[in-house]
Design a protein around this ligand. Structure first.
Ligand code: HSE
Length: 431
């Protein structure tokens, strides 16, 4: 590619993140860090009639994404509109036309990354997507570059701010889930459809991206097991704390015995775990690997200003490549590791926490314990607290394959002395 002397940026989207990107990119300090002059020349927005003041003049605002994607004068497409379509088609087309791409779109990068990277490779142009995971926390580039020589064995993250905020408010103030969700929405970090936060889909998309980058395997959101926080109660959070654990919505991927497991679910983690005290809407990611031990990244995982820092950092990075005339070497998952396959969730082995409500009469405790034993699930500790007619039974198991846990749950639910299987929560981060 011939070196380029000035860079014209075409934006797709001008929402919470897009508006911040526009402003930050045109800030004098940012421009001083660009190797060649760079400015936004075209923006596609959903509603071009809406009145808006742009802090720069001479920008074409259109309602048609193709007016930006196909424009011969645009060198970099910055996609901050979200959603799979039309983003996927726009990015693939832009790459085919030889335009570089910067995106903050977790949906498209967790569902169509292979196609996007194939198009980038064919054209020899760069693609960057730091803003698609963890807002302003640098994750993609450290994994791709700084930690390229580390054999990463696991990634454990708090990747959804909304659910972390809800769990924090439940634990700290006994708030109800719906009340805390209303607050998260008012504070602007919940998704437009907050079900995606609550059911783990948002974190699963981000985990798919991080897993692909860290383990050199194309993992899509559909490969990630998901369970949300809907069943978590204050009671379980309080019991967990008495046992020395915090409850978090974790996003975990691991390599064990040549297989990758990728899962998002609530988990008990020891109170001295690096992620146990991550509060409110903050995100954090613990990376473990040979040579590096534990590395923790944490910070603001959502919101316009932090995400814009990641997006504009990517734009500057791409600008450097274009200014140098490099033919870009894609490094999303170089040298795909074909030896790795996905482990089905039923084969994942973890300790479990159980919260049961049982009838309080002689022999019940023994019958409950026997149900675990007969399904080959080993109990590590068990506590019963009487409430008169009924009793709370709280127990922790040893490492158990998920398949057996499911059998125990079905069996407990069928027992007349078990009034309720209130909770069955995985335990992560113990030795
Ligand atoms: N809804 C997301 C969150 C926003 O709560 O973390 C960032 O992707």
């Amino acid at each position: 590619m011939a070196p380029i002397e000035r860079i014209s940026v075409g934006m797709l989207g001008l929402g919470t993140v897009g508006a911040e990107v526009f402003e930050l990119l045109h800030d004098k300090r940012t421009l001083a860090r660009s190797p060649v002059p760079a400015r936004v020349t075209r923006i596609a927005v959903a509603n071009p009639e809406k009145a808006r003041t742009l802090p720069a003049s001479g920008v074409v605002v259109t309602g048609n994404v193709w007016d930006v994607v196909e424009a011969p004068d645009v060198d970099i497409i910055v996609e901050v509109m979200g959603g799979v379509e039309p983003a996927r088609r726009c990015l693939v087309r832009a790459l085919q036309l030889g335009k570089a791409v910067v995106t903050a779109n977790k949906q498209v990068m967790s569902q169509a990354a292979s196609e996007i990277f194939a198009a980038a490779e064919a054209s020899g142009v760069p693609v960057r997507f730091e803003g698609s995971v963890g807002g302003g926390i640098p994750l993609v580039k450290p994994l791709q570059e700084s930690l390229a020589a580390a054999s990463i064995t696991s990634i454990t993250g708090i990747l959804n701010g909304t659910t972390n905020y809800i769990l924090t408010r439940m634990e700290r103030d006994g708030a109800a889930l719906s009340e805390a969700l209303d607050e998260a929405q008012a504070r602007g970090f919940a998704e437009a459809n907050p079900t995606e936060d609550l059911d783990g889909s948002d974190a699963a998309a981000k985990l798919a991206i991080l897993t692909s980058v860290a383990f050199h395997v194309p993992v899509s959101i559909d490969d990630v097991f998901r369970e949300g926080i809907g069943a978590i109660t204050f009671q379980d959070i309080a019991h967990a704390r008495e046992l020395g654990f915090a409850v978090k919505l974790l996003a975990v991927s691991k390599i064990r015995d040549g297989m990758v497991e990728a899962r998002v679910h609530p988990a008990l983690i020891p109170l001295d775990h690096p992620l146990a005290r991550v509060p409110d809407e903050f995100n954090a990611v613990l990376v473990e690997g040979d040579g590096i031990g534990q590395v923790v990244f944490s910070g603001r995982g959502a919101g316009g200003p932090p995400t814009a820092v990641s997006v504009v950092g990517d734009i500057l990075d791409v600008a450097r490549e274009l200014a140098a005339g490099n033919r870009s070497v894609p490094h999303f998952y170089p040298a795909v590791d074909n030896s790795l396959s996905m482990r089905p969730m039923e084969d994942v082995v973890l300790p479990y926490y159980f919260g049961l409500l049982v009838v309080d009469r002689p022999g019940v405790f023994a019958r409950v314990a026997a149900a675990f034993g007969e399904e080959q699930v080993s109990i590590a500790s068990i506590v019963q607290k009487s409430r008169g007619q009924t009793a709370d039974v709280v127990l922790l198991t040893h490492d158990t394959p998920e398949r057996l846990v499911r059998k125990v749950i079905a069996r407990l639910k069928a027992m007349d002395v078990v009034a309720q299987v209130r909770a069955a929560i995985r335990v992560e981060g113990t030795l």
